[in-house]
Design a protein. Structure first.
Length: 95
């Protein structure tokens, strides 16, 4: 089995704010993860990544909020995307 691209999206919320989502289904879990997905969900404002959920080999699931990196507990893709949308809404309301 090869890696399968599930989603690749890029869209603009405003003239200066965009969202990028890339999700792959892998043949096996990455080191540090317990699932077979590789993902990157990013919120970019004025060319600066202000929020990113991802899982790197060896690091596992985590998110970046501004300059901080914090663990993220992955349960499923629907929850991942809902958590990302909730963080985007919180970021937008703080602006």
């Amino acid at each position: 089995m090869k890696a399968e691209l599930i989603s690749r999206e890029r869209f603009w919320l405003t003239e200066d704010v965009k969202i990028e989502i890339v999700i792959w289904r892998l043949p096996r879990a990455l080191p540090g993860s317990r699932h077979r997905f590789k993902y990157r969900l990013a919120l970019i404002s004025q060319r600066v990544c202000v929020l990113r959920y991802d899982n790197e080999a060896g690091k596992g699931d985590h998110k970046h909020v501004a300059e901080r990196e914090v663990p993220y507990r992955f349960t499923d893709l629907d929850t991942l995307q809902a958590d990302f949308r909730a963080d985007i809404a919180a970021w937008r309301s703080a602006q």
